[in-house]
Design a protein around this ligand. Structure first.
Ligand code: ZN
Length: 362
């Protein structure tokens, strides 16, 4: 017999950005009831209360009876520096993000119950301490492990997915988070990235989060700096990019290199600095110029880098619709969400019959 899951009530409430009193008002139940349900003091709410709560949070009521274990609470996550800064303010947007992530993790666990992800590339574990803090070398070892050619790295997302990591695009703009990585038992490593960031930023974030997965099995005080160094070295290996940076570094030069390396002008300038290929006074001048031109907020559209597509999650969703014969409604039901939300999150259109592809007989 399934029991009402108090953790899930809190998670879905926070995912909708509601306080306990707002939920109580929207559901037309007493705030005491919501509070006691979440505290576990009431464990067996009436059908009427469950129906009202489900309607108020816009989830099917089945979600309240999902078991704790498959829901995977609590999550342990680390974000980037910006995330930690925002975390200290402890606002509702942060609660909402954590709740959203938990719900997405539940989807991933459910979806993966029917599909194994077979990693085609090894995800190495390389402890910076064992390499004397040589992050450049660690990045190079990842490139070698994955058999990447020298020069610009054009399909980072594809490589990360082939290493068995799930990349999930999420709207994280409200809280200013670029990305974060979650490792939980019973699920592959998951990198969540902001769906609004331009391609160069998406790629740097992915490389940064990959750095955490490769280097940081336990948190450390230097991990953010190391992850940034890793991202920079992975996307712009010193030996490969050096010949491009030998002339005088100017704004025009940075703008010309951006589409080639598919990294931001700012990342290129930082790289020039870390390799020592720009005089400090010239670097300072360039940063001031970039600020004056508004490039520190947004680099020019004319040299925008396209986002790299993520594929794995879409393939797993399609597997359910095509090979496993789920209708969109059935898939939504199994993920405890309404079809409209399935469409928004995974681009699945609600339709009566599953799409069946013809499969060749070999
Ligand atoms: Zn980080």
């Amino acid at each position: 017999m399934s029991t009402f899951n108090k953790e899930i009530l809190r998670t879905v409430r926070q995912a909708r950005g509601k306080s306990q009193s707002q939920l109580a008002a929207d559901a037309r139940v007493s705030q005491a009831a919501v509070s006691k349900l979440e505290a576990g003091l009431i464990t067996d709410p009436s059908d009427e209360v469950v129906d009202k709560l489900a309607a108020a949070v816009d989830f099917p009521k089945s979600i309240f009876f999902e078991s704790d274990r498959s829901f995977g609470l609590p999550i342990s996550l680390h974000g980037n520096a910006m995330y930690r800064r925002k975390a200290s303010t402890g606002n509702r947007a942060l609660e909402k993000l954590e709740a959203d992530l938990n719900i997405r993790l539940m989807h991933i666990r459910r979806l993966l119950a029917a599909a194994d992800i077979e990693a085609q590339l090894l995800l190495p574990a390389l402890d910076p301490d064992e390499y004397d803090g040589d992050i450049e070398l660690i990045a190079e070892m990842v490139r070698r492990t994955w058999g990447l050619p020298n020069g610009p790295l054009h399909n980072l997302t594809d490589h990360i997915e082939r290493a068995g990591i799930v990349v999930i695009e999420c709207d994280m703009s409200s809280i200013g988070v670029d990305g974060l990585t979650i490792r939980t038992l019973g699920a592959p490593p998951c990198i969540f990235i902001d769906s609004n960031a331009p391609g160069d930023r998406q790629r740097f974030t992915l490389a940064h989060e990959l750095g955490h997965l490769v280097m940081h099995s336990v948190p450390s005080s230097t991990m953010e700096e190391e992850a940034n160094q890793f991202a920079s070295a992975l996307l712009m290996p010193r030996r490969d990019i050096r010949p491009y940076l030998l002339d005088r570094i100017t704004i025009q030069k940075l703008a010309a290199l951006k589409p080639i390396w598919r990294v931001s002008m700012a990342s290129l300038l930082m790289r020039c600095q870390s390799i020592g290929l720009v005089q400090p006074s010239q670097a300072q001048y360039l940063w001031r110029q970039m600020s004056a031109m508004g490039y520190r907020r947004a680099e020019p559209d004319s040299i925008a880098v396209a986002r790299e597509p993520t594929k794995v999650l879409k393939e797993i969703v399609n597997l359910h619709l095509q090979e496993l014969g789920y209708t969109a409604g059935e898939l939504a039901k199994s993920l405890h969400m309404h079809p409209e939300e399935l469409r928004l999150l995974y681009g699945v259109e609600d339709q009566e019959k599953p799409v069946r592809r013809l499969r060749s007989v070999s």
